[in-house]
Design a protein around this ligand. Structure first.
Ligand SMILES: Nc1nc2c(ncn2[C@@H]2O[C@H](COP(=O)(O)OP(=O)(O)OP(=O)(O)O)[C@@H](O)[C@H]2O)c(=O)[nH]1
Ligand SMILES: [Mg+2]
Length: 433
């Protein structure tokens, strides 16, 4: 869909009955269409009019008129507020259509805002995130992004990245000149940048999880207490618990808020070798669920059982020993010992789940989607490839990796041209002679 010049109309409030419904009309003809319908020459920004629905019916509406460019879409825009009745809404839209308006496609008002430079692409994405947010943290993240927070964050990274590129490219281009740059300085500058980028990458991953709800998958052998644990965290019985092994077969999904962040838990079938076809199917689903997890809780009764579980590296994995009410257990390093039944140490586990997210303060929460995260990750991989060895042996390759990284981030915002880069080099080092 690429938005054209037509004037578009749609109901912008939720469907159904309510106190008020709002219909939006946007485009060059928006004001003239309502003028014709109401047989008025509307001058005021807000006015109450009798809006004819058909020959016999009128609706008293409030019209709010926003003149271009001071509107959501950047075009002339009229908001028509009616009583919240779907029949009235339908009639108002019909009237507008009969005078030349077109039905708006989903998202078309925001698309026009983007095309008219009222919103950037990520700000447009943040609008839908605000509508979909279902936790305080994801709402705050979407609001920060709508205010341009992601752009500010990415710009800071680009600034550092470009400073580093300036150093490397100067060393390559002007190695015969009297430029006071040494390899040690480059190594330390790159290391500093790598550390900075690693922590930025982690923060963006955390923001991405918050934006789309943090997915936690609980995996373990049968009977280790996975369902009991999830019921305890959620605070109600969402999964069947039984002393019989192999009780849970399907993946059972439930969600709750912990410290203002929404977590979605997936209870899974216990992992073991089995000849039972249905149970086997359930175990396949468990392994599939594992791949989509932001955090995996591996739950077992004995430490040795962890070795038999499919552990995916690179995820946030939490190893938890259950049933400590039945006696002390050896806890793996970095692991947690709990009793799902008595809820002992449940708070420790909840803290472990939230710790990555809570270290971000409210202003750092950003709405990061998969498109952003993929580019940030790819850019990170290029930077991670740069070792001190590579710096000493092949500066061209180092420069190439940094350039690729810059290009990838530039797909989110603000690509830099080679002329701009050259300008930066000359400006910084005053090599003009
Ligand atoms: N004593 C004690 N028993 C527990 C604890 N957690 C779970 N149980 C018991 O262990 C048994 C199995 O619990 P479930 O929660 O069904 O275990 P599961 O891991 O979901 O089992 P599957 O669905 O078969 O894979 C039940 O009898 C629970 O009451 C605990 O912390 N302490
Ligand atoms: Mg279960």
């Amino acid at each position: 869909m690429l938005s054209g010049k037509e004037t578009i109309v749609a109901c912008s409030s939720p469907p159904g009955r309510g106190a008020i419904s709002t219909i939006r009309l946007s485009g060059d003809k928006a004001v003239s269409i309502v003028n014709k319908i109401t047989k008025n020459k509307l001058e005021k920004k807000i006015c109450v009019v009798k809006f004819p629905l058909d020959d016999e019916l009128y609706e008293k509406c409030v019209l709010t008129i926003f003149k271009s460019p001071n509107s959501y879409t950047g075009e002339d825009l009229v908001e028509i507020s009616t009583h919240g009745n779907p029949l009235i809404v339908e009639k108002v839209i019909e009237k507008c259509l009969s005078l030349g308006a077109k039905v708006a496609q989903p998202g078309e008002f925001t698309l026009r805002a983007y095309l008219n430079n009222k919103l950037s692409l990520d700000q447009s994405e943040a609008v839908i995130e605000i509508i979909n947010a279902n936790s305080k943290a994801s709402l705050k993240a979407a609001q920060n992004s709508l205010e341009g927070g992601l752009k500010v964050k990415i710009s800071k990274v680009q600034e550092k990245l470009r400073d580093t590129r300036v150093l490397i490219e100067t060393l390559i281009d002007f190695v015969d000149e009297d430029v006071e740059i040494y390899i040690e300085e480059v190594i330390s500058k790159i290391n500093e940048f790598k550390d900075f980028y690693r922590s930025f990458n982690e923060d963006m991953k955390a923001c991405c999880s918050i934006s789309s709800d943090v997915k936690v998958v609980v995996i373990g052998p049968p009977n280790s207490g996975k369902s009991t644990l999830i019921n305890a965290i959620i605070g109600e019985k969402v999964s069947i618990v039984d002393e019989k092994q192999g009780t849970t077969r399907d993946v059972v999904t439930s969600s709750c808020l912990i410290n203002g962040i929404r977590f979605v838990f997936k209870d899974t079938a216990g992992i073991r070798k089995t000849s039972n076809k249905i149970e086997e199917e359930g175990i396949k689903l468990s392994k599939k669920a594992l791949k989509s997890a932001d955090i995996v809780i591996y739950l077992a009764e004995k430490e040795v059982q962890f070795k038999k579980l499919p552990v995916i590296k690179g995820k946030k994995n939490i190893f938890v020993l259950n049933k400590i009410d039945l006696g002390e257990r050896d806890v793996p390093i970095g692991g947690i010992a709990i009793s799902a039944k008595t809820k002992k140490n449940l708070k420790l586990l909840k803290d472990a789940l939230t710790q990555n997210f809570l270290k971000l303060n409210q202003e750092e929460l950003l709405s990061v989607n998969m498109r952003h995260l993929r580019l940030i990750n790819q850019a990170y991989k290029k930077v991670a490839l740069i070792s001190p060895n590579l710096i000493s042996s092949n500066l061209e390759l180092v420069a190439e990796n940094l350039r690729s990284s810059d290009d990838l981030l530039g797909k989110i915002y603000d690509p830099i041209s080679s002329d701009d880069m050259l300008g930066k080099i000359f400006k910084k080092f005053c090599i003009g002679k």
